[in-house]
Structure formats: structure tokens, C-alpha cells
Design a binder for this molecule. Structure first.
Ligand SMILES: [Mg+2]
Length: 107
């Protein structure tokens, strides 16, 4: 987790160095990136479940789903950082609440 948070901080610093776009544009661009990465992750899930078109199934590489999952997490964390969310405490607090609910995260 420490290495991941360090990487997210580095990415935030790189974004802060971009002075040619506004803060709102940085956030919205990164939010769009989450959507892009989620689409790639879903595509890999469909490939792994053999639910994609036959010609797409030829592209199946079992490593890709791991990479795309990581991309979703990283892009989401970059947005959180841009919004000044304390990622570690947000996750800790949420996990505590979810455990109190009996781990039913979807309710
Ligand atoms: Mg990706």
C-alpha cells in the first residue's frame, strides 16, 4: 500500500506541473480515464469468460486482466488524490463501516 500511495503522489505531482489546463480539466480528464480503464477491464472479463466475439477471443492473454484491474484502481486513486481525499483513511473508515454491516458492501 505504501508503494502504491507513493506512486499516486508522484502522479499527482506530475499533474500539478501541468499549468496549461485548469484543475477542473485535470479532474475531468482523469475521471474519463477511469471510464476508459473500466472499459478495458470489462473487455478482459468478457474475454476471460469467453463472452466476447470469436475474433476477439484470439486476443486472450491471462495477464491482461490483472493489468486492467490495476489500471482501474490506479486511475481511481489519482482522481481521489486530485480531490484531496485521504485515500488510506477513506478506505480504513469504509472497511470499518462495511465490517459493522456484516461485509455487505453493496447495501
Ligand atoms: Mg489499461
Amino acid at each position: 500500500m505504501k508503494e502504491l500511495l507513493g506512486f499516486i503522489n508522484e502522479e499527482k505531482i506530475k499533474l500539478d506541473e501541468k499549468v496549461d489546463i485548469s484543475e477542473k480539466e485535470k479532474i475531468l480528464t482523469q475521471v474519463a480515464k477511469i471510464s476508459e480503464e473500466l472499459g478495458e477491464f470489462i473487455n478482459e472479463i468478457l474475454l476471460n469468460l469467453s463472452l466476447a466475439r470469436d475474433e476477439k477471443l484470439q486476443e486472450l492473454d491471462k495477464k491482461n486482466i490483472n493489468n486492467e484491474f490495476a489500471d482501474v484502481i490506479i486511475s481511481s486513486m489519482i482522481v481521489a488524490k486530485l480531490l484531496n481525499i485521504d485515500i488510506e483513511s477513506a478506505l480504513e473508515n469504509r472497511i470499518k463501516i462495511l465490517k459493522e454491516r456484516g461485509n455487505r458492501w453493496y447495501q
